[in-house]
Design a protein around this ligand. Structure first.
Ligand code: ZN
Length: 244
């Protein structure tokens, strides 16, 4: 399984000269067309570790460890291949592209879909605040000095105190059950019924630095508990990373 295209791997290899990389760990001495040193992978007193600068390969005649610059870094830094690739890319100042990998592409697709569903949900919450269902919440916000322009600017809304109002709305908007659950907006109750996570709460969108809504925080307007709940961790949202 290759995470990265071959030409990128080759570029990283060509930009990390094996003699230079090995010299950061092993004192090498030139002998003929190659270099010798004490092997870092087994204990020895006479050098049997050989680096071939033209072929960019190393080999130890004592312990048979050998390979190219990736093998050397994987062995000496105890890294997997993708980590060794990143290590050497950093060393050479090469920026790696997004991994060419199905799992990663799937993750990116889910992330995009969650941002879409969050945008639709935010509009829903915002419109609920303006209707009769949100009048108590609106009163609560006004009492705390929040003007209409603040409410609009921060996209503050209201999740009515009903079981599945949002879930049904989102399904009707063309989102499927999987993404409703992956986004954290809906949960399955113990009867296997899809219900809204946020009910009877003032809703605060949580934005990332690009202005995407990555999650929501919901606050009750009465004394019920819990006072605050947040979206769970999703591919878009890891707690403590985003700005409110
Ligand atoms: Zn060796």
């Amino acid at each position: 399984m290759n995470y990265y295209p071959d030409d990128i791997i080759e570029e990283v290899r060509l930009n990390n000269d094996l003699v230079e990389v090995v010299s950061e760990y092993v004192r090498l001495e030139k002998k003929g067309g190659g270099y010798f040193g004490l092997c870092p992978f087994h204990s020895e007193k006479t050098p049997s570790f050989h680096v071939e600068p033209v072929k960019q390969l190393y080999y130890c005649f004592g312990c048979n460890n050998g390979g190219n610059v990736f093998h050397f870094i994987m062995n000496i830094e105890n890294l997997t291949f993708p980590d060794a690739l990143r290590f050497l890319a950093d060393r050479a100042g090469i920026v790696l592209p997004e991994p060419d990998d199905k799992e990663e592409q799937q993750r990116i697709k889910v992330r995009k879909r969650i941002l879409e569903i969050n945008r639709v949900a935010a509009r829903f919450f915002y419109s609920c605040l303006a209707t009769g269902k949100g009048s108590e919440a609106l009163k609560y916000l006004r009492n705390r000095g929040l003007s209409n322009s603040i409410i609009k600017r921060f996209g503050i809304g209201y999740a009515p105190n009903e079981w599945d109002l949002l879930s049904n709305y989102l399904l009707k908007e063309g989102f499927d059950e999987t993404i409703l659950i992956q986004s954290g907006l809906s949960i399955k109750n113990k009867y296997d019924r899809l219900i809204d996570r946020f009910r009877g709460r003032i809703m605060f969108p949580i934005f990332d630095i690009r202005g995407n809504i990555v999650a929501f925080g919901g606050r009750v307007i009465d004394d019920s508990l819990p006072k605050y709940i947040n979206s769970p961790e999703t591919p878009c949202y890891s707690k403590g990373r985003e700005l409110f």
